[in-house]
Design a protein around this ligand. Sequence first.
Ligand code: HEC
Ligand code: HEC
Ligand code: HEC
Ligand code: HEC
Ligand code: HEC
Length: 408
Amino acid sequence: MEKRTGSPYPKIDRPVLALVGVVLVISTAFFAWSDRQHDYRYYQYQFRQMVAEKFGADLAATTSSGIQQVWVPGLRRADRCTTCHVATNWKGFETAEEPWRTHPVEPLKAHPVETFGCSACHGGQGWAIDTAEAHGEVAHWEEPLLGEGLGESYSLVDNKKALMQMNCNICHRYERETAGADMINHAKKLVQDKGCRACHVVNGRGGTIGPDLTWIGDKAPEQYEYGRLSGQKTAFAWHVAHFKDPRALVQDTVMPNFHFSTKDAQALSMLVLSWKRAEFDVALYPGVARTDPQTAEERKAEEDMRTGPGGWFVQTGCFVCHSISVFGVKSPAQIGPDLSIAVEDVQARFGRTIDDFIREPTGTMSVVLSRQIILTPEQKQVAIEKLRQAFAEYQRLKAEGNAPSLSR
Ligand code: HEC
Ligand code: HEC
Ligand code: HEC
Ligand code: HEC
Ligand code: HEC
């Protein structure tokens, strides 16, 4: 038997070694090549040069290199945006191009990057380290960066960067106003002024004629009926068109046409789409309001009306949509006509007595009295008497020359 020296299987040894060598060479070349595909190395390199030029080599040596990550436990996400957005917390690069620009200081004061990351406000895909992926430039509307590009494609009329405010409002939804979220604030005011809660529950308060809107932002884009919508088929476009003219999309809806401007309709669409369940635990942020009660003034105004001569209309809920001015009842929303002269008006408009109308209502009132305010025949009789009293009071005041002006 031949005596072996060295490796026990010399015949296999060489080809294996050779193969391993080739694989190593190829994979080294491949990894080096694929790494270069990551633009971030370029952005980091470039930034180091910029810092060196401005502040000297010592500081330049402290710039970050390699993949950066902010782990945000409260949001259960890892954001790597700072891998490229290298200047976020540096002073002195306020006018540089992206991604080398200092972040505006104000928004980060209450939301430091270490605890909030970036994507909670901006959207985008936190884990990605390629620009297109990170900015989520994909067809679906949820993931992309809520930046200027998307604002452009949604034809925002006012501030193209405003879409981000939808994300602000996922955390700040229960505030009446949030500094830095102007479009959302504008929409919240419209919801109060127009009395959307007359028909919709929002955050647990409101009527039941329309759907509960508390989590309407979770409705999947595919769940919308786009048949009557021209142009872009997105949830955002659907809501804008619906706010501008509800009947154009939902033929038999009783939702009124409020004649909103494009800006109003876009602001409201942003607001309702922001009403979605947070992926993060809002309870981790004790400073943020978690309920949305009536203000003390709103409660007092309601209480005063409840104990006055028009108390029945307040207790029954008619005042949500109707003022009854002769009794000092002022509706916050004024969606329906002032009921002071309903007795006469119903006769003029529908050719029916008030008795007939209340017993067999048509239009919005048929929905109201079958879905939101269910009255027994006896209660309907009370309604008719109260409406008669209101009209008698109106005629009395008119004879005195003191008739209130009615908003109708
Ligand atoms: C691979 C590098 C890279 C990563 C990772 C990256 N960005 Fe960017 N970002 C850029 C570059 C380059 C620009 C400027 C050119 C452009 O707008 O595409 C930019 C621009 C932006 C802008 C301004 C443009 C706009 O449309 O409003 C925002 C906001 C932004 N990035 C946010 C983010 C957020 C949030 C993340 C993490 C989810 C992120 N970026 C991750 C490279 C990156
Ligand atoms: C609290 C929310 C918030 C957080 C967290 C946040 N930003 Fe911003 N960011 C803003 C606001 C607000 C602006 C100003 C937008 C404007 O000018 O309307 C802004 C501006 C920017 C811009 C300039 C783009 C533009 O359109 O003007 C970039 C880029 C950017 N942020 C990236 C980041 C990155 C990267 C992070 C994480 C390191 C981050 N942001 C964290 C709210 C935030
Ligand atoms: C992930 C949740 C979250 C997001 C997203 C978010 N915030 Fe905040 N915000 C908070 C928390 C938590 C505080 C601190 C509240 C406290 O402790 O008083 C805060 C504080 C603030 C404050 C200071 C309030 C005060 O009374 O001092 C303002 C203003 C504010 N946020 C505006 C914004 C804007 C504008 C955006 C979007 C660009 C935004 N927030 C996005 C959670 C969030
Ligand atoms: C007189 C009652 C009424 C008022 C007032 C009203 N709505 Fe509606 N709303 C409805 C009804 C009924 C629907 C369901 C049919 C439809 O889509 O139009 C609806 C639908 C909606 C939807 C679509 C919901 C979905 O699931 O697709 C949104 C969003 C909405 N309303 C928001 C508002 C806002 C915001 C206001 C105030 C500016 C408002 N509504 C005022 C009755 C009303
Ligand atoms: C959710 C809003 C809403 C509520 C609540 C509501 N109404 Fe109405 N009501 C309307 C609207 C809108 C009209 C106008 C309908 C139309 O023109 O078809 C109307 C019309 C009427 C009319 C006809 C008035 C006229 O001058 O033509 C009467 C009467 C009336 N409502 C009584 C009541 C009474 C009584 C209650 C309480 C039991 C009540 N409504 C509650 C929305 C409401």
